[in-house]
Design a binder for this molecule. Structure first.
Ligand SMILES: [Zn+2]
Length: 268
């Protein structure tokens, strides 16, 4: 897997958090995963999911979870042009008010219009209105962010309306599917995913270890069928096995599946 950051790579992707809505460890949970995460830390800890995309002259934060302030400081995010919101749940957008004090006070806010109406109702403030320039991301329609790169929101299901994100630059593509099940995607989404360099998928919350093994094998085969370079597993809940177990399982049964961890960087 291409984990190294190089200046020659025009597209860089950093996973700021890779956990589910509850994170790992979960408050007051004494399961083995949470207990180990508390004691050993490192890649066993997973904060809520968000991704930092570095593109030529335009850096984007995908998601604004409640930890967003911590992410901005810890990962030293100083160059930011926009925030993409494809989910209106607290775990994905609950930190948006932190941007009330962003300096310089000018950022793009990209979201699907129907979703933005909900976000505006629940989270928007007068200060945010002054900081953000709200831009509509029309589903399945590329938005050009520069001469050679574009992003778009892919419809992943209609009921409830869920969206993934595709980022394309020259001939390189990375897709983020959130927690959408890969076996129930619309034909159009599959068409867009075909030949992608990387597809980031989630892991269902509850699954015993033997099911996880099958799941990894399935994801590997699914990626191979679509000619995907690598399938990256993120959004890992605390009921899933810990990072080291997942990594060992994937190495054994699903060589094209990679397990994301907080801080992982990909250069595409
Ligand atoms: Zn737990």
């Amino acid at each position: 897997m291409k984990e190294q950051t190089t200046t020659a790579s025009p597209m860089r992707v950093q996973f700021l958090g890779t956990g589910g809505a509850e994170g790992v460890p979960v408050v007051q949970c004494e399961c083995d995963h949470c207990r180990r995460a508390r004691e050993e830390g490192g890649r066993l800890r997973r904060r809520r999911s968000a991704v930092y995309l570095r593109l030529p002259h335009y850096n984007l934060l995908v998601g604004a979870p409640p930890e967003v302030r911590e992410y901005v400081h810890n990962y030293r995010i100083t160059e930011l042009q926009g925030v993409v919101a494809l989910n209106n749940e607290f775990a994905h957008i609950g930190g948006i008010k932190e941007f009330e004090y962003w300096q310089p006070a000018s950022l793009d806010f990209l979201s699907v219009p129907a979703l933005f109406r909900q976000i505006r109702r629940e989270y928007w403030t007068e200060r945010l209105r002054r900081v953000f320039y709200v831009l509509p991301l029309y589903p399945n329609t590329p938005m050009y962010l520069g001469p050679e790169f574009q992003i778009w929101a892919m419809t992943l299901s209609s009921q409830p309306a869920t969206f993934g994100l595709m980022v394309q630059m020259d001939h390189r593509k990375i897709a983020f599917l959130g927690q959408a099940p890969v076996e129930r995607l619309p034909r159009l989404a599959l068409q867009h995913l075909r030949g992608a360099d990387a597809v980031v998928v989630g892991l269902p919350a509850r699954a015993p270890e033997e099911d996880i093994q099958q799941r990894l094998q399935h994801l590997h085969q699914w990626g191979q069928d679509l000619n995907v370079g690598q399938v990256v597993l993120s959004h890992v809940g605390h009921q899933a096995p810990p990072h080291d177990t997942l990594e060992a399982l994937a190495a054994e049964v699903a060589p094209s599946v990679h397990i994301a961890y907080d801080g992982l960087e990909l250069a595409l």
